[in-house]
Design a binder for this molecule. Structure first.
Ligand code: ZN
Length: 477
C-alpha cells in the first residue's frame, strides 16, 4: 500500500514537472560556473615568443586555463582564456571535442583564446621555437577539464558588464620616423614604419596608429552577491619581465582583481580572467615620453595589472546586474589566401641560409631567421581556413578571431556594431598570425613581415571584419 502511494506521488511529481499548465511561467534561471586548470609545463620545455628559442629553467608563477560556463536554461556558452603565447587550432579543436563530449556544450559555443604571455610553453611552432607535442596533448585535456569543472560548478547567478578606461598603459608600437631614416627589412627592401623604435629616439615622428584604452569586463555573481568570476578584455600585447615561466600581467590581473573584490579563498574559488583584446600593434612602452624608472624584474607586470584591476573595481558598482539574459553563439569558417614567396624571394632566402655560419636553431639576425621563414612559407598551403565566432550575452557581443588583431580593427568593430556593448578577443580558436589592416600592410614593419607569425593575404582584415559583422547580424535577429 505504502509502495503504491509513493509511486503515485512520484508519478504526479513527474507529471507536474512535465505538463504542468503553468510551467511556461516558471521563472527563468540563469546560471554561471567558473574553474581553472593548472597548465604549467615541465621545466626544460621550449618557451614561445622570441626569435631564438629559450628553455624553461624556472617557474615564477603557475599557468592556467581559466574557464567560465554560462547557462540561460536552454543555451550554454563556455569561454576559456589560456596562459599561452599562441595556441594552434588543433589544440583547441581537441579540447572542444573532449569538453563537448563530457558536457554536451556544442564546440561552436566554446570560445578559447591565448593571452599572449611570452613566457609559456610552446604549443605552436614560430621562429626558432618548435611546438612541444607532449605538452600540446596535456594542454588540450587540461583546457577541456577547465570547462568540465566550470560546468560542474554551475549555480544560479546574476550577470553584468561594463567598461572602464586605462589610458597610460597602452602605446602604439609602430612609428613613422623622421624623413631620411632608412628602415631596412630582412627582405632587402625598405619599410615606412618601425616597430619598437627605441625609447625617446630623436628620429621618432608619430605613431602609425591609435590605441584603445578601454577595459571591458563581465561580472558573474551568485544571487547572494558573492563573486563567481570576472572576465576582462584589454588591448595590450603583454608586459614581460618575470623570470621564468609566467602568466605575465594576465595572471597578475586575475590575482589582483580577486584581492580587490575580496573574493579570496572561496569555495568554489573565484576565477579572474584577462583576455587579449586587439593589441597587434600595441605595447606598454611610452616611446615618445620615455620612462626612466628602473623596474625590478616583474614590477611592471604588477603595476599594469594593478592599474587595470583598480579601474575595473572602480567601474563595477555602476554595472546593472541581470537576473537572466539570453545567450547565443554564431560561428563560421572562412578561407583566406597565404602570402607565399615568389621564386626570386625564395632563391634569395636559400642563398642567405647557405651562407649562414650556423643553422636552425642557432640562426642569428633577422636576415637569417626570416630566410628560414621564407623557405618554410613556400611549403605552406595556398589557402587556410579560419574560425570566426561571435557570442551574444544579452546586449553584449563578443567577437573572436584567431589572429593578433590590430587595434584599428577592434576599434572599428566596436564603433560599428549592432550591439550597444561589444569587444573582441584575439588569438581565439586557433592561430593565424598578425592581422594588420591593408593600409598598415602598405607601411611594412615587423608585424607585416612574411613568416609563420604573419602570412595571411594583405586583404584579410576586411574579410574577417565582414565575416564577424555577418555573425553579429545573425545574433541580433
Ligand atoms: Zn605578438
Amino acid at each position: 500500500m505504502k509502495y503504491t502511494v509513493l509511486r503515485l506521488t512520484l508519478l504526479c511529481a513527474l507529471c507536474a514537472s512535465v505538463v504542468h499548465p503553468f510551467a511556461a511561467d516558471a521563472p527563468r534561471v540563469f546560471r554561471a560556473g567558473a574553474a581553472t586548470s593548472n597548465i604549467t609545463p615541465k621545466l626544460g620545455t621550449s618557451i614561445n615568443g622570441n626569435m631564438s628559442d629559450g628553455k624553461a629553467t624556472h617557474v615564477h608563477d603557475e599557468l592556467h586555463s581559466r574557464a567560465i560556463v554560462l547557462d540561460d536554461g536552454t543555451t550554454k556558452l563556455a569561454i576559456v582564456v589560456n596562459d599561452s603565447c599562441l595556441v594552434p587550432r588543433e589544440v583547441f579543436d581537441e579540447a572542444k571535442r573532449l569538453a563537448s563530449e563530457a558536457t554536451g556544450i556544442p564546440a561552436s559555443h566554446m570560445l578559447m583564446s591565448a593571452t599572449h604571455t611570452h613566457s609559456a610553453a610552446s604549443s605552436a611552432s614560430v621562429f626558432q621555437s618548435e611546438a612541444d607535442m607532449e605538452y600540446r596533448a596535456f594542454f588540450a585535456v587540461r583546457i577541456a577539464d577547465a570547462i568540465r569543472r566550470a560546468n560542474n560548478n554551475l549555480a544560479p547567478a546574476r550577470i553584468g558588464w561594463g567598461k572602464g578606461s586605462v589610458l597610460g598603459q597602452v602605446h602604439n608600437r609602430r612609428w613613422h620616423m623622421q624623413p631620411g631614416t632608412v628602415l631596412k627589412n630582412p627582405f632587402g627592401t625598405e619599410d615606412q614604419v618601425k616597430m619598437n623604435p627605441g625609447m625617446k629616439n630623436p628620429a621618432l615622428l608619430k605613431p602609425a596608429g591609435p590605441t584603445d584604452p578601454e577595459v571591458w569586463f563581465v561580472t558573474l555573481q551568485r544571487t547572494n552577491g558573492q563573486h563567481i568570476a570576472l572576465l576582462a578584455d584589454y588591448s595590450l600585447h603583454y608586459v614581460g619581465g618575470n623570470p621564468g615561466i609566467s602568466a605575465d600581467y594576465y595572471g597578475a590581473f586575475a590575482d589582483r582583481i580577486q584581492e580587490l573584490l575580496q573574493a579570496d579563498r572561496q569555495d568554489p574559488p573565484f576565477v579572474g580572467l584577462m583576455a587579449n583584446g586587439t593589441s597587434g600593434d600595441i605595447n606598454n612602452i611610452p616611446w615618445r615620453d620615455g620612462d626612466t624608472n628602473k623596474y625590478a624584474p616583474g614590477q611592471k607586470i604588477k603595476i599594469v595589472a594593478n592599474a587595470v584591476a583598480t579601474e575595473v573595481a572602480r567601474a563595477l558598482p555602476g554595472v546593472k546586474l541581470h537576473d537572466w539574459v539570453p545567450l547565443a553563439a554564431a560561428q563560421k569558417e572562412i578561407s583566406l589566401g597565404v602570402r607565399k614567396p615568389d621564386p626570386a624571394a625564395l632563391d634569395r632566402a636559400k642563398d642567405i641560409l647557405a651562407k649562414a655560419p650556423n643553422q636552425f636553431p642557432r640562426l642569428k639576425g633577422l636576415d637569417e631567421i626570416y630566410a628560414r621563414e621564407t623557405v618554410q612559407m613556400a611549403d605552406y598551403p595556398d589557402r587556410v581556413q579560419l574560425i570566426l565566432q561571435a557570442l551574444r550575452i544579452g546586449d553584449l557581443a563578443i567577437t573572436a578571431a584567431p589572429c593578433e588583431i590590430f587595434v584599428e580593427i577592434g576599434l572599428e568593430l566596436k564603433a560599428q556594431n549592432p550591439f550597444p556593448a561589444s569587444f573582441t578577443i584575439s588569438l581565439a580558436n586557433g592561430y593565424n598570425g598578425y592581422l594588420p589592416t591593408p593600409a598598415q600592410h602598405a607601411l611594412g614593419g615587423y608585424e607585416t613581415w612574411r613568416a609563420k607569425s604573419s602570412y595571411l593575404e594583405v586583404n584579410a582584415s576586411p574579410q574577417i571584419t565582414a565575416g564577424l559583422r555577418e555573425l553579429l547580424g545573425q545574433l541580433k535577429k
